[in-house]
Ligand binder design. Structure first.
Ligand code: ATP
Length: 435
């Protein structure tokens, strides 16, 4: 994927109300983005598919929501206070800061006389009064493990799933939504009997990849990366990342880690509370091992956008003079922020078209009505936000009780009986989905 695709995506996302810099009227805030109406719809669609796939559709995973602020001791016991560290180097002259990993032996880009300091440890948790903003959602699932086990009456193997905001004081924010300071993580802590961890690790890696593929992301844009032993996080016995081919190269999208019993053991020791699991089959008491599939929701959203984004010279006929390239977002129907757009051919037909719009809206919610500009212009507007179908009510519709349905990807147009329209769309929208 070309680097300049990112520039086109950034400008499209701002222009069409998907993603914009946070607090922009005050000059923004580094590494912080806001989502507009279509952006939040896309993100919510991704999140609800994740929740449906991993919580609602399964019997062995339960959901939870822990607080963003946790007792300070949580971060001491988890090892984050001492271990959630990036190596920072700073230019002695212009005081720009870099992540040592990113810069290697290179110099500050501002010139040869700009010397860098030796690397120093930098904790990327945001300190707030008495504690930290959480940098991951995992710890709430460990501290509440025993209560959730008891209240949900689960037996091993079972998982706890959580999605929510996390904060990291990244040394450098870059690559758009890829590295930001406030973002959401969706992750599962899957508790297993020690000895069965390797098998479940492989299982989860496959399920994680399948989920990403089910969103419509192309397989050739995904690749696995196994972390070398010396590069593992302080809690991990093994970690494999699922990388996506972003416009700036293959980079981590999601990961699966074998956290062993590190977290439960640390919290048991620090809190003095027994976090052991009693295995009724074998009459044994032990601390479960934990397999953690994790993903960043914003990174996944960026991957979904990059994969769906297409720029073409011209494909839609319009009477208006349009010189810029056409943009089409080929979102899966279940991710598309708007499912169907309804157009009256001319304003005179608005009342009739509105009836169709109201009917579809009561069914899907995410339906738009557009009566301004040529039909070609309206198609282009919807293509730009990835709407799978456009329905046009024209003068013939008054007599034959049919409307024209136009498919975003094939651009094929079909005349469909108004009485059959909901069934038609229901079937088409469903068959488009890969979940
Ligand atoms: P990286 O190596 O890129 O810093 P990480 O290995 O520290 O990421 P994890 O701690 O495994 O990341 O976090 C879980 C997931 O959260 C990652 O797979 C990624 O998708 C997402 N993530 C992590 N840091 C950020 C960030 N600064 N901005 C957006 N998403 C992030």
């Amino acid at each position: 994927m070309a680097e300049n695709t990112l520039e086109s995506i950034v400008s499209w996302a701002k222009r069409r109300g998907f993603i914009m810099p946070g607090s922009e009227i005050y000059g923004g805030l580094g590494g912080i983005y806001d989502l507009g109406p279509y952006g939040v719809a896309l993100k919510n669609n991704i999140k609800s598919l994740w929740w449906k796939t991993f919580v609602e559709n399964r019997d062995d995973v339960v959901g939870m929501e822990s607080a963003i602020l946790m007792n300070h001791q949580v971060w001491q016991a988890s090892g984050h206070e001492t271990g959630f560290i990036d190596e920072l180097v700073e230019c002695k002259k212009c005081h720009r800061r870099f992540k040592a990993d990113d810069i290697g032996d290179a110099k500050c880009q501002r010139g040869g006389d700009h010397k860098l300091t030796p690397p120093k440890a930098f904790n990327t948790m945001f300190k707030v009064k008495d504690t930290y903003l959480r940098p991951e959602t995992a710890q709430g699932m460990f501290t509440d493990f025993k209560q959730i086990l008891e209240t949900s009456r689960q037996k091993l193997p079972f998982g706890i799933a959580q999605m929510g905001k996390c904060f990291r004081n990244e040394i450098n924010t870059k690559d758009y939504l890829f590295r930001v300071r406030e973002f959401e993580i969706a992750e599962i802590e899957y508790f297993v009997k020690p000895g069965e961890d390797d098998k479940f690790f492989e299982d989860w890696l496959k399920q994680w990849e399948d989920f990403v593929l089910s969103l419509g992301i192309k397989k050739e844009n995904l690749k696995l990366y196994q972390h070398p032993k010396e590069g593992l996080s302080h809690y991990s016995k093994g970690t494999t990342d699922l990388q996506y081919n972003f416009p700036f190269g293959f980079k981590e999208l999601a990961g699966v880690a074998n956290r062993t019993d590190f977290d439960l053991k640390s919290h048991q020791e620090a809190s003095g509370k027994d976090l052991n699991y009693f295995d009724q089959e074998t009459n044994e008491k032990y601390l479960p091992f934990v397999i953690e599939p994790t993903l960043g929701v914003e990174r996944l959203m960026l991957a979904v956008i990059c994969d769906a984004f297409q720029q073409v010279d011209s494909r839609t006929e319009t009477t208006e003079a349009v010189t810029e390239k056409e943009i089409v977002l080929h979102f899966n129907s279940n991710l598309a922020p708007v499912k169907v757009a309804v157009f009256p051919l001319v304003k005179k037909l608005s009342e009739d078209a509105k009836k169709i719009y109201d009917d579809l809206k009561s069914c899907w919610g995410a339906i738009e009505f557009d009566e301004s500009g040529s039909i070609g212009r309206r198609y282009r507007r919807q293509d730009e936000i990835g709407t799978p179908f456009c329905v046009t009510f024209d003068f013939d519709s008054l007599d034959d009780k049919k409307v024209t349905v136009r498919n975003r990807d094939t651009m094929k147009q079909e005349r469909i009986e108004i009485s059959e329209l909901k069934n038609y769309l229901f079937e088409k929208l469903n068959s488009w989905m890969k979940v």
